[in-house]
Design a protein around this ligand. Structure first.
Ligand code: KG4
Ligand code: ZN
Length: 288
């Protein structure tokens, strides 16, 4: 509810500022793109209804964009030479997906988390460690000076080799902190941050590499807020080099949620003929 109200307060000013920063006017706009799924329904509805009004008043096409497709498309802004098909790992606050991107608007999810998303695990572990929300970036910073082998954390297996599970890892961190506190022992936060990041990376990187190799892809793409993690980026780089795969990751500013990525995917949806009318709805969940 709070997020939705803030969206209402800021959406007009945000659109105005985006145009101003780009040195454009509303007349330069060819189409209006909007995230319609998945996410917090109240916030999505604000965007969808604003976009509908804008498209109608400008008499321009309205293009609905899936949020995760947007994350993937951030890579087209950073790497204009990138073209489907490729294999993509998307890791955000609510998604951990391995996706076959067959074409610009054709996706096949071949693995996903069976419980928490990778970013969610970062945020929950960070909270237990006393960092503010969202905690992923704080764990990233703390881990720089830590020993990633100091704490043994679980590396869960999943029935589908491309699926993920992160809730056991989060629980292990919480228990470790709780037990240390009961014994009056100090936790080495930097090393716990580094060990936790290693456990997440050990789950994400080999699964994505294995999927790329088994499905015959020579390009691997990483997307979503967790792709901003310095250790995970470095591990992907090393693994891609070792396996002879070409690696694409957006720069930090395009990893987390942003409007540019939604515009990038909208371009391809537009070319594919995707249009929405004034009956467009928002959806909290939706398949890729
Ligand atoms: O993609 P995103 O901006 O929003 C969602 O669609 O969820 O991802 C946000 C998630 C949060 O869980 C945040 O803690 C995590 O990405 N994140 C990071 C880092 N920066 C953001 N996790 C680990 N290391 C980072 N540097
Ligand atoms: Zn996101």
């Amino acid at each position: 509810e709070i997020a939705s109200r803030r969206h209402c307060e800021f959406i007009s000013a945000t659109v105005k500022k985006a145009l101003l920063d780009a040195g454009k006017t509303i007349d330069d706009v060819d189409a209006v793109a909007v995230t319609f799924a998945p996410g917090l329904i109240g916030a999505l509805l604000v965007g969808v209804n604003f976009a509908k009004g804008l498209a109608l008043s400008l008499d321009k096409p309205l293009i609905p964009v899936h949020h995760i497709r947007g994350h993937i498309a951030a890579n087209y802004l950073a790497h204009p030479e990138l073209e489907p098909p490729y294999l993509c790992l998307v890791a955000s606050g609510s998604h951990s997906h391995i996706v076959k991107v067959n074409d610009w608007t054709e996706f096949e999810t071949i693995g996903q988390t069976v419980d928490d998303a990778a970013g969610e695990a970062f945020d929950k572990a960070a909270r237990a460690m006393g960092y503010p929300y969202p905690g992923g970036v704080h764990i990233d910073k703390a881990a720089q000076t830590g020993d990633r082998k100091k704490y043994q954390l679980p590396h869960p297996h999943t029935a589908n080799p491309y699926d993920f599970s992160f809730s056991g890892l989060k629980t292990a961190v919480i228990n470790l902190i709780h037990n240390a506190r009961q014994k009056g022992e100090e936790i080495d936060r930097a090393s716990l941050a580094a060990s936790f990041t290693k456990a997440v990376s050990d789950s994400l990187v080999p699964r994505a590499m294995q999927a790329a190799k088994e499905l015959g892809h020579d390009k691997i793409v990483v997307a979503g807020g967790v792709a901003a993690n310095s250790r995970i980026r470095a591990d992907f780089k090393a693994a891609a080099e070792k396996n002879g795969l070409k690696l694409y990751i957006p720069p930090l500013k395009l990893c987390g949620d942003n409007g540019a990525m939604v515009g990038a995917q909208a371009y391809y949806e537009y070319l594919a003929g995707v249009r929405a009318g004034s009956d467009l709805n928002a959806y909290a969940t939706m398949e890729l």
